[in-house]
Ligand binder design. Structure first.
Ligand code: C5P
Length: 404
């Protein structure tokens, strides 16, 4: 399994409110096995004290280009050489501009210029600053030079506006760091995923279905693929274009979906059930179109198989992730399903509100596992999918370590 073991990561923290998330990032990078040193711009020290980073990284923090003490301990050129990867998080618009122009007027910019290591940038700024032609031109220059970017995400900003500019969440930055080190977070793993609704036929022209668009599941499939997994997507009928590079199996009914899953589950490491599987199917679909009779029509519905539970309770079950769409008492219902369906993890969201959930481009997830949980605030489904995949990779690794 890919980790950051023995990797030297130099974290550059620049001035922005998202700097408050950087200590958490240090902790996660260290959890993934990396040795972390932190360099801060003077503006960054206005948001978080160097002492905080010293406490979480276990070593002194580099702030001043001309500090003789720090230079004596590890000179800036030595530090630039020490790094296997430079992560700039958060990266302000100003720092991105200085990086693009090769300025070296403080310690972090000098380190970025003096290093031969790959650079990963996690931008964080107001949405208009991010969208500005100057920033986008700087980003294009840096990308062309091989600098990698993670985020920014869309969502609510510290300034009260909503749009693209939020720093990617620390788990997503860890995954991007793994990718930048040639070790994708899910490299070598096989992910089997269900998505979309199912259709249960009443007769040859009618069926029962639900409002699932499949967007969340398709976004998770793409994010797992980007994290290096081999992905098989078993999908009910949707209007979406299947993500390139994934094996796609199209199915219609819950029973078809179960058959397709069971035919492949023995070969997978991670199973993610994002499909909105119909809970009931028509006991005996009519062979011909049902005629209008002007009287009440009774349909007998029988329960469908629970695909997720079937997989999770198999001997040698893969790491299993379920979804839960709830209209109330989210945590309680989600934790209930985590236990009753024997899952490793469940991602839950509230439905029945405008702007998130079914059919929407945005969502908001609460992720639960035995002994932990994480909230992923409202964001585009693609950004959420990336964060969710990062958490899955983290938990998969953690549980693999436990069962060794
Ligand atoms: O019990 P509930 O339908 O709320 O559980 C939702 C989770 O179970 C989702 O992950 C969904 O994909 C999965 N599921 C399934 N087969 C069913 C019903 C739900 O895999 N028949």
């Amino acid at each position: 399994m890919a980790t950051l073991a023995q990797r030297h990561i130099l974290l550059v923290v620049t001035g922005g409110i998202a700097a408050y998330k950087a200590p958490d990032l240090v902790r996660r990078l260290r959890d993934a096995g990396a040795t972390v040193r932190v360099a801060m711009t003077p503006a960054a020290t206005k948001f978080v004290r160097p002492l905080t980073f010293q406490a979480v990284s276990g070593v002194s923090v580099h702030v001043d280009l001309f500090d003789p003490g720090a230079e004596a301990a590890m000179g800036h050129i030595e530090l630039a050489r020490w790094a296997d990867l430079v992560v700039v998080a958060p990266a302000s618009a100003d720092f991105i501009a200085r990086l693009a122009h090769g300025l070296a007027d403080d310690l972090p910019s000098t380190l970025c210029l003096a290093t031969a290591a790959p650079i990963l940038v996690a931008p964080a700024m107001n949405r208009l600053m991010w969208a500005h032609a100057a920033t986008q031109a700087n980003v294009a220059v840096l990308r062309a030079r091989g600098v990698r970017f993670v985020g920014p995400d869309e969502g609510e900003q510290a300034c009260g506006e909503t749009g693209a500019g939020r720093m990617a969440e620390p788990p997503a930055i860890v995954v991007a760091a793994l990718c930048a080190q040639g070790g994708d977070a899910l490299a070598g793993l096989r992910v089997l995923l269900t998505a979309g609704p199912t259709q249960e036929p009443i007769d040859p022209v009618r069926f029962i279905t639900n409002r699932s668009s499949g967007k969340m599941g398709y976004a998770v499939a793409a994010a797992a693929r980007d994290a290096g997994a081999r992905v098989t997507l078993i999908t009910g009928p949707t209007r979406l274009v299947a993500p390139a590079g994934c094996e796609v199996v199209a199915v219609t009914t819950a029973q078809d979906m179960l058959d397709a899953v069971l035919a492949r589950v023995a070969d997978c490491d991670i199973f993610i059930a994002s499909a909105a599987v119909a809970d009931y199917t028509i006991a005996t679909p009519a062979p011909h179109k049902v005629k209008k009779a002007g009287t009440a029509l009774t349909l007998t519905l029988t329960p469908t198989p629970d695909i997720l539970r079937t997989v999770a309770t198999r001997a040698g079950a893969p790491f299993t992730v379920g979804f839960a769409a709830e209209t109330e008492r989210l945590a309680e219902h989600a934790r209930g399903k985590l236990t009753s369906k024997s899952l490793n993890m469940i991602a839950a969201n509230l439905v029945g509100r405008v702007g998130t959930g079914f059919e929407s481009d945005d969502n908001e997830l609460s992720v639960f596992w035995k002994g932990g949980e994480r909230q992923l605030g409202k964001a585009a489904k693609q950004a959420l999918a990336r964060d969710l995949v990062a958490i899955i990779a983290e938990r998969y690794r953690a549980e693999a370590v436990h069962s060794e």
